[in-house]
Design a protein around this ligand. Sequence first.
Ligand SMILES: [Zn+2]
Length: 496
Amino acid sequence: MPSLRYSLSDYIALEDTLDLSLGDPTSSSATTPRNSQIVLANVNWVCQAMNSVGNLRHPNEETASLSTELSHMGNLNHFHMPHHLTTRDGPGEHNMDFLRRLIGTTASALDNPAIPWKSLIITFALGEYALETYLSYRQYQVLQRKHIPAQLKQEIDQKTFDKSQAYGRSKFWFGLVSGAWNQAKSLAVIRYNVYPALWAVTGTWMLQYAPGFLQGEITRSLVFAFSYSFVETALGLPFSYYYHFYLEERYGFNKQTLKLWLTDLVKSQALSLAFGIPLGAAFLAIVQRTGDTFFLYLWFFALAVQLGAITLYPLVIVPLFNKLTPLEPGLLKERVEALAQKLAFPLAELRVIDGSKRSAHSNAYFTGLPWKKTIVLYDTLIAKSSVPEVEAILAHELGHWKMGHTTKLLGISAGHLFFVFGLFSVFIKNGSLYEAFGFGKERPIIIGFILFNEVLSPTNAVVKLAMNIWTRSMEFQAGRSSSLLLVLHLDWRYTG
Ligand SMILES: [Zn+2]
């Protein structure tokens, strides 16, 4: 068994993943809205398209990237629709009736002007923020330690450890400032009734500039969502700029030029329009047209979008930001192919991605449909790791696949989506909620969805915690199945 030595960025990669598993809020980047810290938010494509359009992240983003999220959900075909949801008659009909009644009763109980929705949401948001800040402060205390933990003594030297601790502390401070800013921003949006104000403004714009056939709730909602999201993106730019060109730069991780940063920004905004407009319109049309049980249709739609995304992401999106080349024949290729064969992993392609044009951080992931997968290695990983090291990392990642974690995650995410959309149908006609936020007679779907997300956010904290506990146990399982990684739970910053 070869001894594994890790460079600074490798050690940090390990640390980052542990941070993520512990739910450390400092690991989120400036461009990530609060809601997307939710572990499962990544699955929620439609919600993202509607709720935070413009935040479509490209492969280089500093939090869990879409590429990995999708790669972790590769196994769609193992997911079977429950029978009672696929058919409208037979025993399923009773379940549907029960579901309708349950939704109706809950909905009318919650539509109560005596419920102080706004104060409840603000209180929970502040409570969650205080808890997260406290947790990251605890993490900060760990980052102040001067001595290498006994388990890592073999693997890294003092200088590397010191640098890594300093990097972690810098990220803590960054997270503290950007987190406080985001918190203040979302409270201001609620406090100063930004939603109704913007909704009114978009109404005026529409009447003035939009041609007749574009008048209507869907177009107006899209104009509303994109205006909001563009402002939000613009407000996040100073943080993103600081993160890449000061913080990452200081530790030698930033490799991108200002020009690349700007073109990435333009491309991701264009993509969010290209995908957000049709997906958003479809989302609203489904709610408008399918009646009381719209959430079932919404759910099928979201699952279909997810399947489409898994297929299209590596083919369409990744090449817009990166160049992928086949891995050169040689020892590494042989070893990886042998590993895939040993695990019966359906490896179709083995490619190298030019991650080095943006960052010195390294990564490896797999992606694709269940029967035809692609393994993608970062050029930065190949450059600084030996063949056994890369093999060890892949063994861990493929360990996740072997243990069925990708399928389980997909199943859980489908269940979570069902829960989210089902609850949405409980809240969509809640007049007291609309009124608390400054909406009178008019109750636009998109506003209902945004307000519902605000109500949901405390439950997201609970879901997030449960998911963290669960993904951590998966990490140890995947670690166990790869013989080279017994000492260290080594994971790569974007992969699980
Ligand atoms: Zn892992």
